[in-house]
Design a protein around this ligand. Sequence first.
Ligand SMILES: *[C@@H]1O[C@H](CO)[C@@H](O)[C@H](O)[C@H]1NC(C)=O
Ligand SMILES: *[C@@H]1O[C@H](CO)[C@@H](O)[C@H](O)[C@H]1NC(C)=O
Ligand SMILES: *[C@@H]1O[C@H](CO)[C@@H](O)[C@H](O)[C@H]1NC(C)=O
Ligand SMILES: *[C@@H]1O[C@H](CO)[C@@H](O)[C@H](O)[C@H]1NC(C)=O
Ligand SMILES: *[C@@H]1O[C@H](CO)[C@@H](O)[C@H](O)[C@H]1NC(C)=O
Ligand SMILES: *[C@@H]1O[C@H](CO)[C@@H](O)[C@H](O)[C@H]1NC(C)=O
Ligand SMILES: *[C@@H]1O[C@H](CO)[C@@H](O)[C@H](O)[C@H]1NC(C)=O
Ligand SMILES: *[C@@H]1O[C@H](CO)[C@@H](O)[C@H](O)[C@H]1NC(C)=O
Length: 611
Amino acid sequence: MLMNTLVFQLFRLVAFSTCIALVSALLDGTTGTRRASKLNVLFIVVDDLRPALGCYDNVTQYFTPNIDQLAANSIKFTNAHVQQALCAPSRASFLTGRRPDTTRIYDLNSYWRSLGGNFTTLPQHFKENGYYAASVGKVFHPGISSNYTDDYPYSWSVPAFHPSTQKYKMKKVCPGPDGNLHMNLICPVDVKTQPEASLPDIQSTEYAIELLRNISQQQQQQTKGSQPFFLAVGYHKPHIPLKYPKEFRDLYPLSSIKAPTNPDYPKKLPHVAWDPWTDVRRRDDIKALNVSFPYGPMPKHYQLLIRQSYYASTTYVDNLVGYLLSSLEKYGFAENTVITFVGDHGWALGEHQEWAKYSNFDVATRVPLLMYIPGVTDKKDQGHQKFPHINILKQLRSAKLDNNTTQETRRNRYSNAEGSETEDINIFKSKTTVTMFDHSDLKSGRLVCNNHVELVDIFPTLTDICGITMPPLCPKNPTEVRLCTEGISLSPLIEQISTNDTLADFKWKKAVFTQYPRPSDEPQENSDSPILKDITIMGYSMVTDKYRYTEWIGFNNVQCQGNWDDVHARELYKLRSDKMENNNVANDAQYKELTQKLANLLRKGWRHALP
Ligand SMILES: *[C@@H]1O[C@H](CO)[C@@H](O)[C@H](O)[C@H]1NC(C)=O
Ligand SMILES: *[C@@H]1O[C@H](CO)[C@@H](O)[C@H](O)[C@H]1NC(C)=O
Ligand SMILES: *[C@@H]1O[C@H](CO)[C@@H](O)[C@H](O)[C@H]1NC(C)=O
Ligand SMILES: *[C@@H]1O[C@H](CO)[C@@H](O)[C@H](O)[C@H]1NC(C)=O
Ligand SMILES: *[C@@H]1O[C@H](CO)[C@@H](O)[C@H](O)[C@H]1NC(C)=O
Ligand SMILES: *[C@@H]1O[C@H](CO)[C@@H](O)[C@H](O)[C@H]1NC(C)=O
Ligand SMILES: *[C@@H]1O[C@H](CO)[C@@H](O)[C@H](O)[C@H]1NC(C)=O
Ligand SMILES: *[C@@H]1O[C@H](CO)[C@@H](O)[C@H](O)[C@H]1NC(C)=O
């Protein structure tokens, strides 16, 4: 395998010297000492985020200028898939670099060290290599999934930070039309009136920024080389409830929200593939709709309301990511920090009448994945701020004002703009009212990777980029092996793409793999997220350039093993002509041979698909 390739070491050198030059410049006249010989890592994970982002979709109008700006300085993976579309299993998988059948985490009720093995995690490995590792917000799935400690002290240098307002997740805090508070799914709020006058992601952002400021201050006081950091920041939105500052909804007037283009159940869908989105039904506003179990449909008007609030929640997170990244830059870390931005899995927004994750469909398994590597993926325009905070709400307010007032008033208003948000003035001024929401200049990322990649690849990739020991590829039975991975480094791909070499002869994975468990063939109350002892069927799914092929087979929940002789159902979607996975052709006579071929590949598994 092409790990730690020479060229990539060269990249590191470039990134390294850029960093030294910049840091020396910054410190010139203060201490005169060089510092930070290792790249820091900022690892951003967003809960239930599908690629509903400006940088991923130029058809729907999403307002995510800060993430788009990151994308414009990053390599953007357009076909990144999770290993299971549920929080705890997905996070346990990418944070250990191993797949669910190795971690044995398929539910929200187990800890991988007790069940799968005492595996070294991504942050732990950085910590053991001299990094200061800190967790802010939802990084590991909290609670029993990480032994009630977020795997501290193994994974982190300090106990994990959790925002205090997350405890209102299942509380009646959403104002309804009746004037009372409810436990709603759709929950735009006036933050000032919320308990503690804040929201979880606001608290996490504030904490992470404070941490960066402290690290920066400490580094300036030190005369010796300082400790690099691995900072993981986990955002809770757009996970349900869709609770967010209500101003963000104004960006998405209901009249602009479109229903999905494929609202129908896939043709010949086996029942076992269906997830009945019980967590959505449990919220007060949805409960009141009496949606039929298990197939729905959700009333049309509510479909649009859910989409509207999912988009608004995403823009709210984007705004916070903007604050975080502009602070990273302000404290002098933009040129010596690798940034990974990833969703833990997707979320169906009414495609196939589904409203959640809990499946093997593309909308659940494909996520945004961005990697910013200073000196490698960024735009080479020296002297410009890379991550100025783009304040979309201020732009919206000005647009409204613009409709009523003159240019002169507008300019006055802007020259009076207060505090640290003034940096977006230039962005505003350079645009007219008509185009100011058009951030298309940010959307065309310089580096785009369309190859299929998996989130298990993140662990080896980050170690490769940062020049610390790469975990070797796991042996067939990796239970006893503390440090190994079931992914591979993306560095050779990044290298190939960033040097603009052709990918024609480039050898890459033949397929990527994901899986989803079920308790029964027919959808029932616990089909979305069965606990381990109730799992009797596993849906093993594989995506290639042309196809998604899934087999639902009998599963032994003690040995954690599927029985390939006990096939309950098959799905085959021809992605070239059926990208949205609307038409299951697995049982069509004309595809018998193809299905057989794909079935063989699926049985051989991920190892056989490696380049
Ligand atoms: C979106 O981008 C794709 C690929 O660059 C392009 O083919 C398509 O025309 C664009 N669509 C719109 C609506 O701009
Ligand atoms: C989980 O935490 C408990 C209590 O703190 C501790 O006794 C136990 O050893 C931990 N489990 C593992 C596998 O580390
Ligand atoms: C698990 O691994 C950690 C180091 O990664 C070690 O400190 C701990 O003792 C191990 N626990 C067991 C039960 O082997
Ligand atoms: C930052 O440093 C201050 C002063 O030492 C301390 O009170 C605060 O808790 C620190 N914040 C974080 C997030 O570490
Ligand atoms: C839902 O069912 C309840 C009780 O049967 C009824 O009172 C209510 O009007 C129904 N709501 C809708 C939207 O049909
Ligand atoms: C400005 O006015 C136009 C025409 O009345 C309207 O279409 C547009 O939505 C308004 N813009 C904002 C941001 O309110
Ligand atoms: C603009 O004018 C409209 C109608 O005259 C008014 O409703 C709105 O509040 C005004 N907006 C601002 C930002 O002043
Ligand atoms: C990459 O190569 C293509 C075709 O040779 C060229 O059009 C494009 O400008 C190059 N891009 C970069 C970033 O060098």
